[in-house]
Design a protein around this ligand. Sequence first.
Ligand code: GLN
Length: 542
Amino acid sequence: MTRFIFITGGVVSSLGKGLATAALGALLQARGYKVRLRKLDPYLNVDPGTMSPTQHGEVFVTDDGAETDLDLGHYERFTGVSCRQSDNVTTGRIYSEVIAKERRGDYLGATVQVIPHVTDAIKAFIGSDLADEDFVLCEIGGTVGDIESLPFLEAIRQFGNDVGSDRALFIHATLLPYLPTAGELKTKPTQHSVKELLSVGIQPEVLLCRSDRPIPEGERRKIALFCNIRPERVIAALDADTIYQVPINYHQEGFDDQVLAYFGLPAERAPDLGQWNQIVQRLRAPEGEITIGIVGKYTSLIDSYKSLQEALIHGGIANNERVRLEWMDSTIFEADSPVASLEGVNGILVPGGFGERGTTGKIRAAQFARERKVPYFGICFGMQMAVIEAARNLAGLPEAGSTEFGEPRDPVVGLMTEWQRGNRRETRDTASDLGGTMRLGAYPCDLLPDSRLAEIYGALQISERHRHRYEVNIGYREALEEAGLHIVGLSPDGVLPEIVERRDHPWFIGVQFHPELKSRPFAPHPLFTSFIRAAIDQSRLV
Ligand code: GLN
């Protein structure tokens, strides 16, 4: 029997609802249950792919090529369950499906309305593509009270009614602000938020109260009384020093016990949280510390690089090292030399990005890493920048560039117009839509035997996730290899360069895919483990 848990948020955004959902998923999993985690986002974009990273944060890409909300990254990292397109939906996607059906004539003369047509489409999504999961956790994006979330709240209310209260649980996450002048945690915003939920017919059964200090017994009872919830189901969600502590804290607060109690499931045996304790211990007592400089363009909102940050931390866990991240806006290296900023770091990472602004700075960072023999990790755009740097500075092609910005004389990076995805031929041109038309999702890549990459991965064929429109131009292979930049990973048909490496350098690797999307705390990605190892070695040299 599949049970459904709906997680809404109130009072303010950024409460850590996504992490709470991921942590609850991990706790249920640690008790032997099969879980699936989903997110319903109430905005009109069909997916977050076309949104600015500095507005929305990272776009998390799944194996099946869906561009999704960054919370799905937390879900994967905490539970190890790979997400799919069917785990994230937006108002935009729901409406475009409803409107397409209306045009086809599927509604047979009916007036198409939010209730029941839109709500039915949301309910169908919640229950779709499942395979005997014990629990489906559905996080509702946004904050209760927003106009946008109403159809979703109505849909989950109906869904709860349809399956019955023994199969549906509503959890509400809120904030208990501490007012220093009053000397107390204030409960009124939480009361109002629950009232708002009640006005759409949803009575939450568990409250997750985010606060910076424990909830005194009196306040807990007050919340319980006013919100019509048992006191033991008012769970404190205290700030944690690392996100990997969150499942442990929640368990101590009785969160998973209360969820199981609600469903009448046994909770006597505690879940095995050994692996969580282990990584937290490693994070708190590392052997040393290294610094990685991240030269990107979206550094004003570091959530744009959520998976990257986590993957670097995972690389640190694997090496028992604290990884300090120094965020550097590449545009500042356009005018100023990067030397002063980069001299002190043990490794340089240039992450994914789009558009011309900031590229000169990234190219300079790649050049600095190459010349000074500092470990360099170029991811997607960061690989393309390293290729342009080598072409311009070493291969005698001063006008080398990418067709992403203009028509360079030497398009060492160019728009892919045709490629193979499994049995399907994908085609694009410059007039194609920008939304959802990149090379997206998992593609296989063959590694050169006896290469360092094959050693790092311990395999000759790998699969990694992609999200890009342009590719390194295989036509320049010879010129690049003469300049010392070797193509050591290729698509199986030998057309698309996937990995470049310098052999005259301690660690200089560029990858066209996004390895950070597949790194997990309990299974750090081998490229990040190896990069951090190289940075540690570099730090010992200095
Ligand atoms: N802008 C580049 C492209 O589309 C790189 C994309 C990325 O880094 N994700 O190919």
